[in-house]
Structures are given as C-alpha cells and as structure tokens.
Design a protein around this ligand. Structure first.
Ligand code: SF4
Ligand code: SF4
Length: 439
C-alpha cells in the first residue's frame, strides 16, 4: 500500500482560487537567503525545509502557480506554522509574512476539507472562544473543578486522556466567581487633569480569566492622566479567527468593533493582549480591497496602541513608583515583539520600578508555543516549545515572570508546572499598578 497521502487524492485541484489569495508580489520579496531559519520555531524543532518561512513561502508560490494542490501534506506545513512572526523580525528583505500566512490560511479554510474530528474540534473552538457570553458558560465549571483538575494533572492520572484534551485542561485558566462576573466600568475619570482620552479593548478570554489585568490597565491609565472608556457594546477583535484562517468571521468582528470604537470618539484605542493588538493594527490590511470599509478600518488601526506604548507616549509619569524587590523575567509575546515591534516600551516601564531586576531569557525570539489556538490544535510541538521556553526561564531563577498576552501566561504556567515550577506570572501592567499603589 502506498503511504504517500497525496497519492490517495485523485485530483487535488488548484491550491488557491477566488478572493483572499496570498499576493505574488509579497511572495517574490523572498530572496531565499535563509536568515529567518534559526528564528523559526518549527525549523528549530524539526530542521525540515518545508517547515521554515522560506519553505512555506515557496509552497505559497507553488500554490499560486498551480504547481501544488490542496493536499494533506501541503496543508500540514501551514498548520504547523505558529504565525509567531519571528521570521518577520529576522528577514533582511522585509518579507511581509503576516498577510501571506493569513491569506494562505483563508484559502485552506475555504477549499480544504479537514477530517471530521478536526472539523468538529475547530468549529467548537470558534463557536465558543470569541463570544464572551458563551465562554462564560463554558468556563463556569472551572470555578469548582479547576483545583481538582490541577490535582489530577499533578498525579499523572490525566495522561490516559487524548493529547488534545490534556492540552485544553493544562491551559485552562484558574477562575473565581468574581473573575467570571466582573464588569469593567464603562467610564473612568482621570486622576487630575486629563492628558488623553482612551478606550480599552476588554477582550474575550481576557475579560473573563484576566479581569484583574483589565482593571489594572484602567487604574494605571487613569492614574497617569487618561480618561478611560470601556464601551460595553464591543465584542471579539477577531484575532483568533484571523490567525486561523476564518477571515470572513474576523471581518464580521472587526466591523462591529470599528463602529463601536468610532462612536467612543477617543484619541487612542488601548489593548493589553498582544494577539488582539496586532490584529487590530491590521484592520486596514484586512479591508484594503473593500471600498466601504477601507478608510474606516485604516483610521481605526491608526489609533490602536499597546498599553505600554500609550504610557511611554504620555511622557513623564505622574505617579510615584514604589519598590518591588524581585527578579523579573520579561517574556516577549510574539505578537507584541515580532508583529508590532514593541519591545523597548514594556522593558522601560518595568525597569523604572525601583527594586526590579529585569531579566531576558535565552532564545527570547522563539515562541512559547501558545500562538492563539496552536497549543490546542497542535499540542505536541506546542508542548515541546513550552517546555523549551520554561527551561530557559527557569535558568534565571525568577521571582516573577511578566508577559503581555493571556495565551503566553497560560502556556508558560502549564509548561512550568510540568517541570515542577509554580511560577507567579503576571501582565507587566499589574506590576506597574502594584508599584503605583504600593502593594
Ligand atoms: S510565523 Fe513563526 S512558525 Fe511560521 S514560518 Fe514564521 S517563524 Fe516559522
Ligand atoms: S530571511 Fe526573508 S528573504 Fe530570506 S529566506 Fe527568510 S523570508 Fe526569504
């Protein structure tokens, strides 16, 4: 029997067709130099050319030119990509890998039929995760079951479960009734004269599992002179859908938030989750060929900032920082460092806290394996990358780990637990908040 999966497909057909195809001009910017290879997590794991940025760009070109069909092998190389954008940082030729992989994934989701089990799993994720009201119901049992699941995880009894189910349990957040039911105030006045009016994205997982991060974001911004709006009508930013190829769903979410935040009429739209921020900065690209939305999407994206960018933009801090005596490892979330180029701002803000000894782990540019839903749909490489990251962090013996993405917090915590570390992992804004409040 022939084991080559492509040989079992009588007519794989053209890989790409219809709208949202990757751009040949962007593909042709790649000069095949290979400088991106050492930064690519899948190359680091497997040393396989077709699982490198260069190999994937080559496959996209073959797909566009009709030399490759939408086969399981073709799709597997794109499914294995974390979308971490480390290749964008490393590339000296300025290859824009972001729009290329997003369009390629859109093609895969439109034209490729996944096995039934995988279709079911993905459709379950995408019918729950981007909807906070459904997510609240789905996560409610964790308030009671969370500690039990952690105990079962530690005992090894969960090892009989399928890898995907174990991954779901491992990255499930610790929830309290309070975190599930907290609502952010829609309007928060600045402390003293207002320097800027901002609106914050409260997020999906963020507002339920990390409500304290949202509250700290509001408190710090208000303390530093911002009037803060948190529009109640906002929804998911579409990041999970966009990064997974569900581009039509991403556009629906994006349109809703463009309307809601236009109505808020603010100077800046502030985001504290790296994956959400990078998608919202790309709305202009998402609607570039839609005349009805292109200019509104561009205007929206121009206002989007990570919270660390806004705090630096505000200038000299108004509030005294009280000491926090701790060794703090700062982990660069890929969608903040690689996709948005925001590295210096969070470091500068943390370093300004008296007593903080700021540390960077080895291989800082390599993804922790969280990557949206990657750790759920590709659990094996995600686990390897998570443990690699955890070992590099453990070598620094930190008191606290700070990172600006909920997915990274959950992924690093899970990997750390597997290696025997019960780390304190926070968003940088929480440390700034505690320093201002003297807690
Ligand atoms: S996005 Fe990340 S995993 Fe994908 S090709 Fe680039 S470096 Fe590799
Ligand atoms: S570094 Fe850039 S130009 Fe060189 S192979 Fe990678 S993507 Fe292509």
């Amino acid at each position: 029997m022939n084991s080559n999966p492509e040989s079992r497909i009588p007519n794989p057909g053209l890989a790409f067709s219809g709208p949202d195809q990757p751009s040949m001009a962007l593909i042709d910017a790649c000069v095949h130099c290979g400088f991106c290879l050492p930064s690519c997590p899948t190359y680091v794991l497997w040393q396989e050319e077709m699982d490198t940025p260069r190999g994937r760009v080559y496959l996209m070109k073959a797909g566009l030119e009709g030399r490759a069909g939408m086969t399981p092998t073709f799709v597997s190389h794109f499914d294995a990509c974390l979308g971490c954008m480390a290749c964008v940082t490393a590339c000296p030729s300025g290859v824009q890998y972001g729009p290329l992989i997003e369009r390629t994934r859109a093609q895969i989701e439109r034209h490729y039929t996944r096995p039934a089990g995988e279709r079911l799993f993905r459709s379950m994720l995408f019918s729950i995760l981007p909807y906070p009201s459904r997510l609240r119901i789905a996560m409610a049992p964790l308030v009671i079951l969370g500690p039990l699941l952690r105990a079962l995880e530690r005992s090894g009894l969960l090892n009989v479960l399928p890898r995907r189910v174990r991954s779901l349990i491992a990255v499930a957040p610790q929830l309290t009734l309070g975190s599930l039911t907290t609502r952010m105030p829609e309007h928060t006045a600045s402390v003293g004269t207002s320097r800027m009016t901002v609106a914050i994205l409260t997020g999906c997982v963020q507002r339920l599992a990390f409500a304290a991060v949202n509250q700290a974001t509001i408190d710090v911004l208000a303390a530093e002179g911002c009037t803060v709006e948190a529009p109640a009508a906002q929804g998911c930013c579409g990041a999970l859908a966009l990064h997974a190829g569900n581009i039509d769903q991403a556009r629906v979410f994006a349109k809703r938030n463009i309307e809601v935040f236009e109505h808020a009429n603010v100077d800046r739209i502030v985001v504290n989750a790296a994956g959400c921020g990078s998608s919202m900065k790309e709305y202009g690209e998402l609607f570039h060929d839609d005349p009805a939305w292109a200019s509104r999407a561009r205007a929206f994206s121009e206002k989007v900032r990570d919270v660390s960018e806004v705090l630096i933009e505000l200038g000299d801090p108004r509030m005294t920082r009280h000491p926090i005596n701790a060794r703090v490892v700062y982990h660069d979330a890929c969608h903040l460092a690689h996709a948005q180029g925001v590295r210096a701002q969070p470091r500068a803000l943390l370093a300004a806290i008296p007593g903080v000894e700021l540390l960077s782990p080895a291989e800082a540019e390599i993804c922790c394996g969280s990557a949206g839903i990657y750790n759920l749909v590709q659990p094996e490489p995600a686990m390897q990358l998570g443990e690699r990251k955890a070992r590099n962090i453990a070598a620094l013996a930190p008191d606290i780990i700070a990172t600006a993405n909920p997915g990274c917090i959950l992924q690093i915590a899970a990997a750390g637990r597997r290696l025997g570390h019960d780390w304190k992992i926070v968003h940088p804004i929480e440390l700034i908040d505690r320093s201002i409040k003297g807690e």
